[in-house]
Design a binder for this molecule. Structure first.
Ligand code: F6R
Length: 248
């Protein structure tokens, strides 16, 4: 699909692939599969990349070698145990690592409640040689990872307070009870994410349209942390038509 002029990315290093909602997984997997058989894959949680992980799992059944991948998650709630089914550690294990045959020792998820824990996670990423392909989703407020509006380009893995809108968006995983949704998270920073050699952003649905359009076409600003992706040399956006609507 040719993008309308209002949606053409400002950055020449950002490629936008518009597709049907049910094609997002396969299209994104075409990019992400380049990390196999033993690269370092940065993984987002949430609903946006589910079809992408399902596509990778199908490709493994057809012969793609994924067992040697090393995974680094973007973020984790503060205060949840790693065996809590609502934790991102549990998501990464059950949705990505186990079905792709990746052993636990190759899976890293931020954990802890201090910036020292964040610094330790940065060292793990550096020791692995950095991230080859980073998958990100986008929040309705333009967050990437849990870098909420106001997060600047220099940020590294650290503890952040979650926006109320983010907590509301994620309340469905906590019995729709906002009081159960953690207030803080440990997240890779904007600079951490931009250190990846390649970034794939997946987005579906009209709820993401305003944030995505601003990220792609407006000047870079900490008010929309996804806009910092404009500064990265190799970004692929895979989005459905609703997420690329001009009128939202
Ligand atoms: C998840 C993450 C978040 C989500 C974003 C979109 O690890 O870092 O930035 O990608 O909140 O979430 P979904 O895909 O559930 O709409």
């Amino acid at each position: 699909m040719t993008l309308p002029p209002t949606l053409v990315p400002v950055s020449s290093t950002t490629r936008v692939i518009a597709c049907a909602t049910d094609e997002i997984g396969e299209v994104a997997a075409d990019v992400v599969a380049s990390v196999a058989p033993d690269g370092v894959l940065g993984v987002a949680t949430g609903s946006s990349p589910l079809a992408l992980y399902a596509a990778l799992i199908r490709r493994r059944a057809e012969g793609l070698r994924t067992e040697g991948l090393r995974l680094f998650a973007l973020d984790e709630y503060v205060g949840l145990r790693t065996d809590d089914p609502r934790s991102y550690a549990a998501y990464v294990r059950s949705v990505i690592a186990e079905p792709l045959g990746i052993p636990v020792e190759n899976v890293r998820v931020p954990h802890g409640s201090t910036d020292t824990d964040g610094a330790a996670y940065e060292r793990l990423i550096a020791d692995a040689g950095g991230v080859d392909v980073q998958i990100v989703g986008i929040g309705r407020n333009g967050h990437i990872g849990f870098n909420e509006p106001g997060s600047d380009a220099e940020t590294r893995t650290r503890v952040v307070a979650l926006d109320e809108s983010t907590r509301r968006a994620n309340a469905e995983h906590f019995d729709d009870d906002l009081t159960q949704v953690p207030t803080h998270a440990l997240t890779q920073g904007v600079a951490t994410i931009l250190s990846a050699r390649r970034i794939v952003l997946v987005a579906a649905g009209s709820a993401k349209a305003a944030a995505l359009r601003a990220a792609l076409t407006c000047p870079v600003t900490a008010d929309n942390p996804a806009s910092f992706l404009q500064r990265h040399p190799d970004v692929t956006v895979v989005a459905d038509h609703d997420a690329l609507r001009e009128d939202r």
